[in-house]
Design a protein around this ligand. Structure first.
Ligand code: PYC
Length: 413
């Protein structure tokens, strides 16, 4: 990295090298087509090319690169889930995130902060203890801590016993981190493109071409392309695209809003989550407070922002940090979350041959980006899901074998 900077400093023209080559027309045939140019699709393309030698890969994105939920989250990563399946899966994601800047030669600004899930009720204490025990059993660093220990980690929090919802304890997860989300997507895109992957933006998929029950290609706004294998990774549009392929998903789609404050001097090191108050907040490297709350209370395919959300969230923020009353909110946005009945994702094969799925990420898709890419690439290359993602198969809903992760949500639902 420093050498690149130095070389750039001595160049006569200051234009940087392009991160991606100029877009060419779609080819007629690929080994793999990935529908969706967000973090998961780009990561899968990278791991296919780098570790499985599958380089005739096209990533098709209907908008701009990583402009969907990859650009619309709050960039928190953690592995303090509730089920053994979820904990093992996200633990691998964290370990991949830690070395991703080196893997991709792209600074993703990984910043380990520690993650505190505050408990304001006896029930929340019980769930925190349960999560801590499952986490520890699987080698993930988490523990239930007291208000005194919380004060030591985050002296700015209102720990008064007179608060409307006094803080009784917290689940402390030291590996919790924040990462620059667009850097993750662009890092994967650049590294995949260097290996020959084609990335096509402004390319909307309008139909799935099938031969009997086998997917063999896609129709797009820029022509038709065929492939041996197809992956759909289109968070926020999963049900629509699956319908084009000819099957249904058990998914409810709801907006999740977030916002940032004006930049402030660094004061908040850990990531703070309160399930009862429906708040999660971290301070970015720019000094902004990045804040989110509950999902909107009704299904909707829209990424608009509402005053109602902002008012509710700020009221709760002030219960935790009363001294922020004069601080301004600068920007607001929304992502569109595809939520499954058990709050766990869907990864694996589908009822359509040669057609794979990555969906149902609800409110935690960003933090799964590297593990998803790595394991989906393995699945596509070998034609069957690796052990780590087997439990997340679509047919678990027919078998009534659910992976209940609602208790590990940072977001109120
Ligand atoms: O699950 O950590 C989380 C999260 C934070 C914001 C949305 N989801």
């Amino acid at each position: 990295m420093p050498f690149k900077l130095l070389r750039q400093g001595f160049r006569r023209t200051k234009a940087l090298d392009r991160i991606l080559p100029v877009q060419q027309p779609l080819a007629r045939n690929y080994d793999v087509i990935i529908i969706g140019g967000g973090g998961h699709g780009l990561a899968t393309a990278y791991y296919l090319a780098k570790y499985h030698g599958i380089r005739r890969v096209a990533v098709l994105e209907r908008g701009y690169l990583a402009g969907g939920n990859t650009a619309r989250n709050t960039a928190i990563v953690r592995s303090n889930y509730l089920t053994p399946e979820g904990v093992a899966f996200y633990a691998e994601s964290i370990s991949l995130f830690k070395t991703l800047s080196i893997e991709l030669d792209f600074n993703i600004m990984y910043s380990e902060r520690g993650h505190l899930t505050l408990a304001h009720t006896d029930a929340a204490i019980r769930t925190s203890r349960w999560r801590a025990e499952v986490n520890k059993h699987l080698g993930v660093d988490s523990e239930l801590i007291s208000p005194d220990e919380i004060r030591r980690l985050c002296p700015q929090l209102n720990l008064s016993s007179k608060a409307r919802y006094p803080i009784l304890g917290a689940l402390y997860h030291p590996p919790g981190a924040v990462v620059r989300h667009d850097a993750v997507a662009w890092g994967y895109a650049a590294a995949a493109a260097r290996l020959g992957v084609e990335i096509h933006v402004d390319t909307a998929v309008t139909g799935i071409i099938k031969d009997g029950n086998r997917a063999i290609g896609v129709k797009t706004s820029r022509g038709t392309a065929h492939a041996e294998r197809i992956l759909q990774a289109v968070a926020g549009s999963s049900s629509h695209v699956a319908e084009m392929a000819g099957f249904r998903l058990p998914i409810r789609t709801i907006p999740l809003q977030a916002c940032v404050s004006q930049p402030l001097k660094p004061f908040l090191d850990p990531i703070i989550v309160s399930g009862s108050l429906h708040v999660y907040v971290s301070q970015s490297s720019r000094g902004e407070l990045v804040m989110g709350g509950s999902t909107d209370p009704y299904p909707l395919y829209a990424s608009r922002s509402t005053l109602e959300f902002k008012e509710g969230l700020m009221a709760h923020m002030l219960e935790l940090f009363p001294f922020l009353a004069e601080i301004k909110v600068m920007r607001q946005w929304a992502g569109i979350a595809d939520m499954t009945p058990d709050f766990s994702p869907i990864m694996g094969v589908t009822p359509v041959d040669n057609y794979f799925i990555d969906a149902g990420w609800g409110t935690w898709g960003f933090k799964a980006t590297p593990v998803c890419g790595k394991r989906l690439a393995e699945m596509i290359a070998n034609g069957r899901p690796p052990k780590l993602i087997e439990p997340f198969a679509l047919n678990r809903f027919q078998r009534f074998v659910q992976i209940g992760e609602r208790g590990a949500a940072s977001v109120g639902h």
